[in-house]
Ligand binder design. Sequence first.
Ligand SMILES: CC(C)(COP(=O)(O)OP(=O)(O)OC[C@H]1O[C@@H](n2cnc3c(N)ncnc32)[C@H](O)[C@@H]1OP(=O)(O)O)[C@@H](O)C(=O)NCCC(=O)NCCSC(=O)/C=C1/CC=CC=CO1
Length: 274
Amino acid sequence: MTTRVLDTGTDKLLGSVTDGVATLTLNNPTKRNALGDEMTPALRRMLLETETDPDVRVLVLTGAEGAFCAGGDIGGMGDTLAGGKTPNTDDMISRLREAQNTASLRLYEYSKPTIAALPGAAAGAGMSIALACDLRITGESGFLYPAFGAIGLSGDFGGSWLLSHYIGPARAKEVYFTNHRILPDDGLALGLFNRVVADEELENETQALAQQIADFAPMALRYMKENHNRARSTDLRTAMNMEADRMIRTLLSEDHKEGARAFMEKRKPDFKGQ
Ligand SMILES: CC(C)(COP(=O)(O)OP(=O)(O)OC[C@H]1O[C@@H](n2cnc3c(N)ncnc32)[C@H](O)[C@@H]1OP(=O)(O)O)[C@@H](O)C(=O)NCCC(=O)NCCSC(=O)/C=C1/CC=CC=CO1
């Protein structure tokens, strides 16, 4: 096992790569890892950097010291979105759109599998970011919590869209309207959590799952993700046409040849990402 530390440029975001798995840790524990002025641009940069890093096959996003992320920093997010100037609605909308696109949308469209690991609260934009990941694994102390309603806000970072798609609009609206905390067992039953594990097992279980996925062929994983993401916005015929297109591309790949050879030779395949 070899671990490479990533230079994120700030101690508000920690990063490392171990055997094909990049782990980014939101690190602002006195504020439950709220997104602040240093963390958000670092996250944006590291998502781009890890996506293009050929050593990275799976991304894990987590939080330090018992929380995932408490969303925007309540004390400072208005000023940040105003760019330190007198608030101007259009400018603030542009800045928020940019922030959402470079976090939630980037994660949703990230060309490699992503896993959110929740050691505690994923609240506000933190919940949205967790929902933008492909898989969610939570410790017993983890939960999803909109938080917006409690402070007079409507919601951002794609949480409304994602939750509505995952659990249906009526249930998603109720979660938002009543500011309901989705605890591990409920989240598991709703299909929002893939796994619930003991808090002390969260890191190991997440790395084991990530490692299992990282052993698969990167091109196949990328196309699987695209097939599933696009399925939401298309009809069956179009979805099957796109499946066929991606299937043939993987069929012609070196990794498929290696996979087929390994099957015949009754050994584990060694996928090179070609
Ligand atoms: C449910 C909680 C996340 C965790 O509850 P708990 O574990 O009981 O912890 P607390 O005692 O409440 O909090 C510990 C300390 O952390 C501070 N803190 C927590 N969240 C934030 C935050 N978001 N911003 C700033 N500081 C925060 C809290 O004040 C405590 O500090 P002290 O020890 O000094 O007292 C719970 O903390 C909670 O509900 N938090 C608020 C969630 C929330 O409303 N988030 C914002 C939603 S809006 C949003 O996300 C919007 C944007 C828009 C702009 C840009 C970027 C992103 O999002």
